[in-house]
Design a protein around this ligand. Sequence first.
Ligand SMILES: NC(=O)c1ccc[n+]([C@@H]2O[C@H](COP(=O)([O-])OP(=O)(O)OC[C@H]3O[C@@H](n4cnc5c(N)ncnc54)[C@H](OP(=O)(O)O)[C@@H]3O)[C@@H](O)[C@H]2O)c1
Length: 339
Amino acid sequence: MAIPKLKTVAVVGATGAVGEVVLQLLAERNFPVGELRALASARSAGKTVMFAGREIEVQEATPEAFDGVDFAFFAATGSLSKTLAPEVAKRGGIAIDKSSTWRLDEQVPLVVPEINPEALEKHKGIVSCPNCTTIGFVMTLAPIRAIAGVKSVVVTTLQAVSGTGKPGIEELERQDGELLRGEALTTETYPRPIAQNVLPLCESFREDGYSTEEVKLLHETRKILEQPDIDVSMTCVRVPVPVGHSATMLVETETLLSPEAARAALDAFPGVEVVDDPSQNEFPTAYDVAGRDEVLVGRVRKDLGSDKLWMWQVSDNLRKGAATNAIQIAEEMIRRGLK
Ligand SMILES: NC(=O)c1ccc[n+]([C@@H]2O[C@H](COP(=O)([O-])OP(=O)(O)OC[C@H]3O[C@@H](n4cnc5c(N)ncnc54)[C@H](OP(=O)(O)O)[C@@H]3O)[C@@H](O)[C@H]2O)c1
């Protein structure tokens, strides 16, 4: 077996919630890392992060930090991706971006490797990863669409606080502590308390009353599935769960599809696992999926008033929703000889 050529890899946002998981998974998946550069803001320069049992010193993310880099995983801010991802491409490397900055850019592939890996062939040095909610959503739709087509979906998401990165995790932990001590709740990251509460708002509201997170589900799904006429109606909700996004989906197919056939197609799809036995109270939860790469699907059943199908889907927003998908993109590019 040929030994893969070792790559110079940069992780931008190495001190953040997603960056930490990227570092962990690069080691776990035996990604062929030669040199690893951990990058973050000037605030973190000189701190250390762990990679493969070693301490790596964090450097400030500057254009020069990408000299000689093969793959740069961006898990920082959208504005940083906007300025620095082109610097990676200019230097002959590939930027794999987790922010929303490049997702709808026509020149940039938006990729879930199980669904549209061929889009990578057209890359120009920047590849975008879908939003964490979109990934679990399209992973559930793709196998259904393959056998019955999909016309429309109504989806409500229940999104973990780690979807807002470390500030979201810290907000829930701090408010849980305040509740325990009988203190008034303080809010910094979300506009209302998240402890013992659910908020029908992820990110911020637009003028039309939708949240910025909600519209991503529609536009990213259309681009990944290359189906501009698919209808997605959505509400995104933040819940006091540390890790793992859940979603309930009502799917209208082109042709009649039984729950049994849907379950079989879902289970056969790479990266999806069906957990669905109501007689045994078996259904997937965020707690079950935290730390796993698969998208878990259950509660598959026919709608009582139509031929549509209901399903319930959970995925780890930091792994398949972010780090795993990004690393799979790099692995697929190596497999295709694109780097
Ligand atoms: N969390 C999720 O579930 C998830 C899922 C999909 C996509 N994403 C996307 O992934 C990205 C990272 O999210 P996160 O959840 O990991 O956030 P986070 O925990 O807040 O981490 C943010 C990271 O960005 C770095 N950073 C901030 N400003 C910077 C600057 N000016 N220059 C260099 N580095 C800077 C931070 O470094 P310092 O420590 O130095 O400040 C930190 O490492 C975001 O674009 C987010 O939208 C997140």
